[in-house]
Ligand binder design. Sequence first.
Ligand SMILES: NC(=O)c1ccc[n+]([C@@H]2O[C@H](COP(=O)([O-])OP(=O)(O)OC[C@H]3O[C@@H](n4cnc5c(N)ncnc54)[C@H](OP(=O)(O)O)[C@@H]3O)[C@@H](O)[C@H]2O)c1
Length: 349
Amino acid sequence: MDVRLALIGFGNVGKGVASLLHGEGERYRTEYGVRLVLTGVADQGGAAVNLEGLDGFNLLEAKKRHGTVAAARDGVQGLQGAHFLERAAAHVLLEAASTNFEDAEPGWTYVREALALKMDVVLASKGVLVLHYGHLMRIAMDRGARVLFSGTVGAPLPVLELADRVLVGAQISGFEGILNATSNYILSLMADGATYEESVRRAQELGIAETDPTLDVDGWDAAAKAAIVANAVMGAQLSLQDVEREGIRHVTPEMLSHARQEGQTLKLIARARRTAGGVSAQVVAERRPLADVLGRLQGAEMGIVYHTDPLGTVSATVQQVGGIPTALTVLRDVINLARDRGWSSPSQA
Ligand SMILES: NC(=O)c1ccc[n+]([C@@H]2O[C@H](COP(=O)([O-])OP(=O)(O)OC[C@H]3O[C@@H](n4cnc5c(N)ncnc54)[C@H](OP(=O)(O)O)[C@@H]3O)[C@@H](O)[C@H]2O)c1
């Protein structure tokens, strides 16, 4: 069947979604038996809407030339919010706008409006999950809507899928992971002798670190991911403030050199553990053996290790990060949602 999608945000992730649908949409239809139709896209300048499907190439060209999708064919300056969602008449909202950990806007308003319209929601942004997880899930349940967000926790690392699909039946007592690629990249350069400042600069030049790297190097991003995973997978109710947090600013090349002499290294580890009082989570720069599944991750690699009973430790790692892998993870959520909802055609899926 046709699954109509409304997309908020047309930056790295949003453009990646449009580009994948343009280039790979036909293959998804053949392989998964579901036609993904982008009926609406909004950025800060306005929106473009077409119930027959927007042309991804045209959207990308308009954004490049004029800075907004409102300049594309079917574009409307200033169209946003509930009006946009109603006109896009989508089955699923894809939320890929910039976010923050103070009010999670514009995502929170869009997500509530989408749920009020009984749309399912796929999130790339963390803000709503970090600030409003319990509330979000209650509204979704009341509306019979699904909320998926595998792109928020180290995409394309299968953090949530591993827990949801592979560890079914096992008990998860905790997890630890390298969930922030930027800090791992910086620590890897420092392990090779570069200073902290040089390493940050090189990460910025490669587009791996933001101009202001605070969220990554002070552990905020990893802490947000730790809270999201603990809530989703371990039934916790953690907010960002509940996660004990440190970053990597205090780490020096000398510390890494000393660690290496003892067969170890330093990694920014996000973890959660089940305790007598519930679930506790922390982000800490700690020593790991060089041969350890997380200790050996270099550059922008990421990994997750679940501690379970009776399966023991189960882990996954990835090398790829960036806009396209995140966009693909968003579409992975959509395709899995379509399968779960019976929207994909069994003869082709
Ligand atoms: N990049 C990644 O690899 C990655 C990975 C995981 C999660 N994420 C998360 O995914 C989200 C998008 O990331 P990104 O890298 O694509 O960010 P980005 O390149 O900065 O793009 C953000 C987009 O949000 C749009 N936006 C901001 N306010 C809006 C509003 N009120 N209404 C509609 N659109 C609005 C912006 O519009 P304008 O273009 O008009 O300014 C822009 O298109 C972020 O929350 C990010 O944390 C990103």
